[in-house]
Design a protein around this ligand. Structure first.
Ligand code: 13P
Length: 253
């Protein structure tokens, strides 16, 4: 029995359509209904336009839904941005912040990710804060320095109470969408390091924070990753787009 309740979160990224989502959501609902117990929290993070669809489909189920990003601003003249209050309007429980695809394709800096984390917490939602090194950084021996820098920017703006409410996701960039997964030992090493960093702020809160692994997690490698003491769940990309695969990971948790 894990100390922390596992969390399996799907990140649909920029995939889907009303029709395709309905098939996927129905498949997920049918699948969880067939499980004797759902021993983990289950979340799907959908593109903004489909939040209403996710809410309508999932509101009476154990599956929760969230967004993949959020604005660091509260309201106003920020064309194209989506405020956390809007996510709340659609019943979102979660928002991913600082995904590596936002960091690399949209130049999101550590300080911006920290502000987004704060907005999400202030609105009463759970931020899924992503950190992770590139292959180049890993090869240069900079894995810990990179994730520490990304995490510490966020920790700098949080109090202890807020710290206990975040979810952290370790997503090595070289494992995202590549089919290459970090071995359970490699991932555990970084997860343990991240928890030590959290402990620097508050040991008790650090023990409560779920740290998810993300990067080519699939039904056939999920159990071994999730068996590690500091791997508390998964943030799933590709395998979240097929109900059977996602449910396979949920079952492993
Ligand atoms: P994949 O599972 O497709 O590697 O994506 C992981 C990810 O980026 C989840 O946020």
């Amino acid at each position: 029995m894990k100390q922390r309740r596992p969390l399996i979160a799907g990140n649909w990224k920029m995939n889907g359509s009303l029709a395709a989502n309905q098939v996927l959501l129905t498949g997920l609902l049918d699948g969880v209904a067939q499980l004797a117990t759902v021993a983990c929290d289950v979340v799907v993070c959908v593109p903004f336009p489909y939040l209403a669809q996710a809410q309508a489909s999932l509101q009476d189920s154990v599956i929760k839904w969230g967004a993949q990003d959020v604005s660091a601003q509260e309201v106003g003249a920020y064309t194209g941005e989506v405020a956390v209050s809007m996510l709340r309007d659609f019943g979102c429980g979660y928002a991913i912040v600082g995904h590596s695809e936002r960091r690399s394709y949209h130049a999101e800096a550590d300080a911006l990710v920290a502000q987004k984390t704060l907005r999400v917490l202030e609105a009463g939602l759970t931020p899924i804060v992503c950190v992770g090194e590139t292959l180049q950084e890993r090869k240069a021996g900079l894995t810990e320095a990179t994730v520490a820098r990304q995490l510490n920017a966020v920790l700098a703006v949080l109090n202890t109470e807020q710290l206990a409410k975040i979810v952290l996701a370790y997503e090595p960039v070289w494992a995202i969408g590549t089919g290459i997964t970090a071995t359970p030992e490699m991932a555990q090493q970084v997860h343990a390091f991240l928890r030590t960093q959290l402990s620097g702020l508050n040991a008790q809160a650090a023990g409560q924070v779920a740290i998810l692994y993300g990067g080519s997690m699939k039904p056939d490698n999920a159990a071994a990753l999730l068996a590690m003491p500091d791997i508390d769940g998964g943030l799933i990309g590709g395998a979240a787009l097929k109900a059977a695969d996602f449910l396979g990971i949920v079952a492993a948790a």
